[in-house]
Design a protein around this ligand. Structure first.
Ligand SMILES: Cc1ncc(C[n+]2csc(CCOP(=O)(O)OP(=O)(O)O)c2C)c(N)n1
Ligand SMILES: [Mg+2]
Length: 387
């Protein structure tokens, strides 16, 4: 079949089959010496299109009143999520930001529980309690989106420390924005990860804005990667619209981290093509600026261009069609799902819910634990149980 990949030990995946497009098999594909450039490009393209379809659909449903809360879109930035997560295994960890739909999907969370979560339904990956800004999926090593800017750094330092203590070769990757690098947790955790030589990867999505403020107004340096040098962390600056470039840089960083070489900083120059949040009137920039950037840098169009004749128009359309069908199916699933039950209010809130005899414990906790990237309650001095 055209566009089909055969991965050792994994189910055969065709470009039309988008259900299980987790980072785990993408990582094997990208790392496989047999994979062609076309296969790698198609895999990355598929992830980017799935993210785009998800977010354009969410925008519509949000404005239509179907989705409660607040949502931030990453349209324009898909190459970063796709390229970075493609280099990770399922048992590696990521920490995300308030703009985390793409990261979550690219790391492997399936479309149905993802959309159900955004619709605040009981079938959501966090049983509808997380929503857009607090979605997490431990079964995929997705430690959580974050309403607190710079909230992911400590999680990643902790996951990386846990991997070292348990003597695994897992890595932890932190996505963050340019604005987050002006906060204390960025500096504290980069320093700690550097001096402890932890397997952490810092992936900056420099999208030129923090809320309504241009980055040029909040820092005197054009390349935030300079800050990594202050902590002795090697860095690379890449075109964040080019999923191949992102994947290459993050692949190198993952290799360094897995082999005991410590953290790496990857600055991805990208752009936020939508407002800061859905509904943002965007008074701080001209529409022409957005059109100007996206007309030459849209990461999906860039990949299409980069693949050239290796990608047939019908194949490209097939990817869009498959993603649209997948999203429509997930919306129908979410809409037919019940709202969270009051009895689930405390589920997942306490470590005790995994203990035998605890009244709030659920059988699912045991099942999910079996898939956790690291043991619960692992701290310094503990060996953990190494799930
Ligand atoms: C500690 C904290 N301060 C302020 C905010 C409000 N806030 C939400 S997003 C944001 C901008 C973040 O910019 P950046 O890190 O560049 O991420 P981007 O939105 O560009 O993806 C701010 C200031 C917050 N959520 N948390
Ligand atoms: Mg930003």
């Amino acid at each position: 079949m055209r566009g089909a990949f055969q991965e050792p030990g994994l189910a055969r995946c065709s470009v039309a089959d988008t259900r299980d497009a987790g980072g785990c098999w993408l990582a094997k594909l990208l790392g496989s010496p047999d994979a062609t450039r076309r296969e790698r490009g198609l895999a990355l393209l598929r992830t980017m299109i799935r993210i785009r379809v998800l977010e354009e659909g969410l925008e519509k449903h949000f404005l239509g009143g179907d989705i409660p809360g607040f949502a931030h879109l990453s349209i324009g930035q898909e190459a970063v999520a796709a390229g970075a997560c493609a280099q990770l295994r399922r048992d590696d960890s990521i920490a995300s930001t308030h703009r985390g739909h793409g990261h979550t999907l690219a790391k492997g969370t399936a479309m149905r529980p993802m959309v159900a979560e955004l619709f605040a339904r009981s079938t959501g990956v966090c049983r509808g309690k997380g929503g857009s800004m607090h979605i997490a999926d431990f079964s995929m090593g997705m430690l959580g989106a974050n309403g607190v800017v710079a909230g992911g750094f400590g999680l990643v330092a902790g996951a990386a420390l846990s991997a070292v203590q348990r003597k695994t070769d897992q890595v932890a990757l932190c996505f963050f924005g340019d604005g987050a690098t002006n906060r204390g947790p960025f500096h504290e955790n980069l320093n700690l990860c550097a001096v402890w030589n932890l397997p952490a990867i810092f992936v900056l999505e420099n999208n030129r804005y923090a809320s309504t403020t241009s980055t040029a107004e909040t820092m005197k340096i054009a390349d935030v990667a300079l800050r990594a040098a202050g902590y002795g962390i090697p860095s690379r600056i890449v075109d964040g619209f080019d999923a191949f470039e992102v994947a290459d840089a993050v692949g190198e960083a993952v290799q360094r981290a897995r082999s005991g070489g410590g953290p790496t900083f990857v600055e991805c120059k990208t752009y936020r093509a939508r407002g800061h949040f859905i509904g943002d009137p965007e008074r701080y920039r001209e529409k022409s600026e957005v059109h100007g950037v996206m007309s030459v840098s849209d990461p999906i169009a860039r990949m299409q261009l980069s693949l050239g004749e290796a990608l047939e128009p019908a194949e490209f359309e097939q990817l869009w069609q498959a993603a649209r069908e997948e999203f429509a199916d997930a919306v129908a699933f979410a809409k037919s799902s019940p709202a969270p039950d009051a009895s689930d209010a405390f589920f997942g809130a306490f470590s005790g819910d995994r203990e035998e005899g605890n009244p709030v414990r659920r059988i699912e906790a045991r099942e999910r634990d079996a898939m956790l990237p690291f043991a619960p309650n692992v701290g310094p001095g503990s060996q953990g149980s190494g799930h």
